[in-house]
Ligand binder design. Structure first.
Ligand SMILES: [Mg+2]
Length: 216
């Protein structure tokens, strides 16, 4: 049971489905995030230097001073307000999904404040991505469990953040956890993934792993 009431309402509004479930993160999985965010930062006279696997500590102002955590948070919020002008589909999406798209239920689960739901849905729609969208301000695991709803079919989850994959693994021990991240320079800085996570190099490998896990 998701402990985010808004997330729960969104999930309850999605038509019931008994097919295997494939849940996709949005930023860095369905949409490029870091590349467009870095371009937008440049337009705002900030620069992003991939020094560590984080946003904090890697963003610098025009004078070369490191942006504070508060500023980084504000920049991300401002970026999400203009996301439709900057974000593009991740390489391989949605083509790699084509062989299984009709055989599974696909839902997008994005960790972002609910107030950005409409902007994100409009952006996805403008890119012809029509899968149901769910926003959450809490852990992803309980939301995926609620989406699955105890149906007699497997679940796979694709995300670029280990903590989201582990959250889903904790809530649904049988879930296939697949890591995928569009931005190569930041991915190179990522700490090793937990053993329970399948590392996918690109969307084609992620889709093949999902297909195997979902038995389709
Ligand atoms: Mg993401």
């Amino acid at each position: 049971m998701s402990d985010d009431p808004q997330t729960r309402r969104q999930i309850e509004s999605i038509a019931a489905d008994n097919r295997p479930l494939l849940v996709l993160d949005v930023d860095e999985v369905v949409l490029e995030f870091l590349g467009p965010f870095m371009s937008w930062l440049k337009s705002e006279n900030y620069s992003f230097r991939p020094i560590s696997f984080a946003l904090d500590g890697n963003i610098f102002d025009a004078d070369g001073a490191e942006a504070s955590k508060t500023t980084v948070k504000e920049l991300v919020t401002r970026f999400f307000e203009v996301q439709h002008d900057w974000q593009t589909l991740a390489p391989g999406f949605p083509d790699a999904l084509e062989p299984l798209a009709d055989q599974v239920q696909i839902v997008l689960l994005t960790a972002m404040p609910h107030r950005h739901f409409e902007a994100r849905e409009a952006l996805l729609s403008s890119l012809s991505v029509s899968y149901p969208l769910v926003t959450t301000e809490k852990a992803k695991g309980p939301a995926v469990a609620l989406l699955h709803g105890g149906r007699d079919a497997p679940v796979a989850f694709i995300d670029d953040m280990a903590y989201n994959l582990l959250s889903v693994g904790k809530a649904m021990p049988g879930a296939a956890l697949i890591h995928l991240m569009a931005h190569r320079p930041m991915k190179a800085l990522m700490p090793p993934l937990p053993d329970s996570v399948i590392a996918a190099e690109d969307w084609y490998m992620a889709a093949a792993e999902a297909r195997q896990a979902l038995g389709v």
